[in-house]
Design a protein around this ligand. Structure first.
Ligand SMILES: [Mg+2]
Length: 122
């Protein structure tokens, strides 16, 4: 694995192009319809949840279990890959979408309305 590739030095554009090229080279664009991609994101998310079915791992347990951490990492990546393929199909700018939604979240979950993680009753 190339250690030069990490979160600190890659952009969203890098990931979008990687997924675009992967899909294009396999001629899978015809299968990557909005419905299929929305379902694929949900299915990969379910695969992530399956790793926790009937288990109650503490964070420390996961971090000390390389095999489990690898499985979780794979499923998170699957969700991310399909998400990027959906972003590509819709020609969305993910940074703009993120900033817009975060601004909505800041208004919806106003800091003044929460204390110690709980909603303060008015
Ligand atoms: Mg998967």
């Amino acid at each position: 694995m190339n250690s030069d590739i990490c979160d600190a030095n890659k952009t969203i554009d890098f990931f979008k192009k990687e997924v675009e090229e992967f899909v294009k080279n396999r001629q899978w664009s015809k299968y990557h319809t909005p419905k299929e991609l929305a379902q694929a994101i949900s299915i990969e998310s379910a695969e992530l949840m399956e790793l926790f079915l009937f288990r109650n791992y503490a964070l420390e347990e996961i971090l000390k279990n390389p095999e489990l951490l690898s499985k979780i990492s794979d499923e998170i990546s699957d969700v991310f890959i399909y998400l990027l393929s959906f972003v590509n199909a819709l020609n969305l700018d993910l940074t703009t979408a993120f900033q817009t939604k975060m601004e909505k979240n800041r208004k919806k979950y106003n800091l003044q309305e929460f204390s110690n993680g709980f909603y303060k009753k008015k």
